[in-house]
Design a binder for this molecule. Structure first.
Ligand SMILES: [Fe+2]
Ligand SMILES: [Fe+2]
Length: 301
C-alpha cells in the first residue's frame, strides 16, 4: 500500500471565517500532496452550498485548480454538492467519485408531513456533471482516487452513533428502486491516506456514518493502530450532552497528533473538543491552509 510524502489541506468553504473569505453552511476541501513517486496531486472533496462564496474564496486565495486530479463527493447532501458544475468548470473533465446511492432523491420530512429536498440540488446531478466533462465513478467499496489516497467505501455502522440529530417526528427518506425508505445516509464516505513520517490522515465530509465508526474502519483499511489526524465534519452539532461525552471519550483513544473538526461540529462540541485536545486541535475556517508536516498554530486572541 503506497503512502504519500507531503500533504496540505486547504479549506475552500466552511462555516467559520477569520479574516479573509466568505463563510457558509457547507464544506469543500482541497488536498495537495506529493505521491510516493514524487508526483504532485490535487483532490477536491465536496463543493459546499453557495457556489458564489466558494468561488470567491478560490479567487481570494488565487488557487489554480486546472491541474486537479479528481473530485470526491463525500455524500449526497446539498451542503456538499451544490457547486459540482462550477468546480468542474475550473478543473476541466476529471473523475467524480461517489457512492452508488448519492444521486438518488433524498428528502427530509417533518412531523407535519412537509418535505424538503436535501440531496444533490437540481442542475448539479449526474447529467449536468457529465455535460460539464466529469466522469462519474460510482463505488461502494474503497477506491484509490490518486496513488496513496483512498475512499473508505461504505462504512460499517458498529458503534452507538446515529447519522444525525433530528427533531422529534422528522424523518430522512430516500428513494431506492422506486420505493421511499429510511435514509441512513449509507453513501457517507471519507478519505484516508498514510503520510510518510506522520501517520494515517482521515478526512470526512459530514461523518454521518459516525466519526468513531469511520476512524475504526480507516484503522482496519490502513492497517494501523492509531489515526494521526482527523479533519472535517463530525455531525456532533445538536447532539445531547451524553452523546457528546461518549463520542469524545471514544475519540480520545485514536492517538491524534492533529485534530481539526469543522462544519457540522457546532460550537458546543468544537469547544469541548478543543478542551479535550488542547495541543492537537487546529481551528478550521475558510481559506485555512494546514500543512500536515508543518501545521499552523491557533491564533490566541
Ligand atoms: Fe454537511
Ligand atoms: Fe450531511
Amino acid at each position: 500500500m503506497s503512502s504519500i510524502k507531503s500533504l496540505k489541506v486547504t479549506t475552500l468553504a466552511e462555516n467559520l471565517v477569520m479574516g479573509g473569505g466568505l463563510g457558509q453552511w457547507g464544506l469543500s476541501l482541497l488536498f495537495e500532496l506529493v505521491d510516493a513517486k514524487g508526483d504532485p496531486r490535487k483532490i477536491i472533496m465536496d463543493t459546499a452550498t453557495v457556489p458564489k462564496a466558494l468561488l470567491h474564496n478560490i479567487e481570494h486565495m488565487k488557487l489554480d485548480l486546472s491541474d486537479v486530479d479528481c473530485l470526491v463527493l463525500s455524500h449526497n447532501h446539498y451542503d456538499h454538492t451544490s457547486a459540482n458544475v462550477e468546480i468542474l468548470a475550473l478543473t476541466g473533465g476529471v473523475k467524480v467519485h461517489a457512492h452508488t446511492d448519492l444521486f438518488n432523491p433524498h428528502i427530509r420530512k417533518n412531523k407535519k408531513g412537509k418535505t424538503r429536498d436535501i440531496g444533490v440540488p437540481k442542475g448539479q446531478g449526474l447529467p449536468e456533471i457529465e455535460a460539464a466533462g466529469g466522469e462519474v465513478v460510482l463505488n461502494n467499496s474503497p477506491i484509490e482516487v490518486v496513488p496513496g489516497v483512498w475512499t473508505t467505501g461504505e462504512v460499517p455502522r458498529k458503534s452507538f452513533e446515529t447519522p444525525m440529530e433530528l427533531r422529534e417526528g422528522t424523518k430522512l427518506l430516500t428513494e431506492k428502486n422506486g420505493e421511499w425508505v429510511t435514509d441512513n445516509i449509507l453513501d457517507d464516505q471519507s478519505l484516508w491516506m498514510n503520510l510518510e513520517g506522520f501517520g494515517t490522515v482521515v478526512a470526512s465530509g459530514c461523518a454521518h456514518a459516525g466519526p468513531v465508526n469511520i476512524l475504526n474502519h480507516a484503522k482496519k483499511l490502513a492497517g494501523t493502530n492509531d489515526i494521526a489526524c482527523f479533519i472535517g465534519g463530525t455531525h456532533l452539532a445538536g447532539r445531547n450532552t451524553e452523546y457528546l461525552k461518549r463520542s469524545i471519550a471514544e475519540l480520545e483513544g485514536f492517538g491524534f497528533k492533529l485534530f481539526s473538526p469543522c462544519h457540522c461540529t457546532g460550537f458546543k462540541a468544537t469547544s469541548w473538543l478543543w478542551e479535550t485536545f488542547p495541543k492537537e486541535f487546529i481551528l478550521n475556517y475558510c481559506c485555512r491552509e494546514i500543512d500536515l508536516l508543518d501545521p499552523p498554530k491557533n491564533r490566541v486572541i
